[in-house]
Design a protein around this ligand. Sequence first.
Ligand code: AMP
Length: 212
Amino acid sequence: MSNKHLIFIGAPGSGKGTQATKLVQEASFKHISTGDLLRSEIAKGSDLGKEVKQVIDAGQLVSDDLVIRLLQANINLASSSYIFDGYPRNLAQAKTLDENVLKGAPSLAVYFEINTGKLVERLTNRRTCKDCGSIYNLVSKKPKIMGVCDQCGGKNLVQRDDDKEEVIKNRLSVFESTISPVLSYYQDLGRLMRVDAEKSVDEIFNQISSKV
Ligand code: AMP
């Protein structure tokens, strides 16, 4: 069976976004990140955006209802294969994704396994291009010219507000307390693949590619 859609599950900083970018470039997937959708809502400066920002900056989860509405409004399952990045975050969202979005379309959940102790350093050094979304790390994946995006040449490499150490700790603890039923859900359905997120970008990419 070919897996039409991929569902990326992993702690913040486990490399989901990096792999998604590569799969978009090399295997014509579409990448849908609920975190990105929420950040663009914030960028609009709407009342909703302001409310969302408070929740995100505290490292907590935004309501299931709001996130599924945003997700539904931004996908067209009939025309593309998607990588769901950052959704589902809890068991209720996993069931909603199956029942209201995928509705039987083939999919594989990919769990990026990593020791969360390593993530605080990864995340505090993460910089994102505000113009094209490319992800850098000031220690392991520096841009060629400091402050300039290798991909689009933009000069907007920023640190996300929620990549500050205090918030990261909350995000990791929220992840750890909500994700285990999600993993069991996909495991029981025979739809879970585990990858070692400490391996190199290319090794992980090859492992995922072999299943799609
Ligand atoms: P991310 O970019 O995936 O790390 O998401 C950043 C933040 O957006 C998270 O810490 C949550 O506050 C919020 N968020 C993203 N996806 C979801 C989701 N599926 N459910 C609830 N909140 C979410």
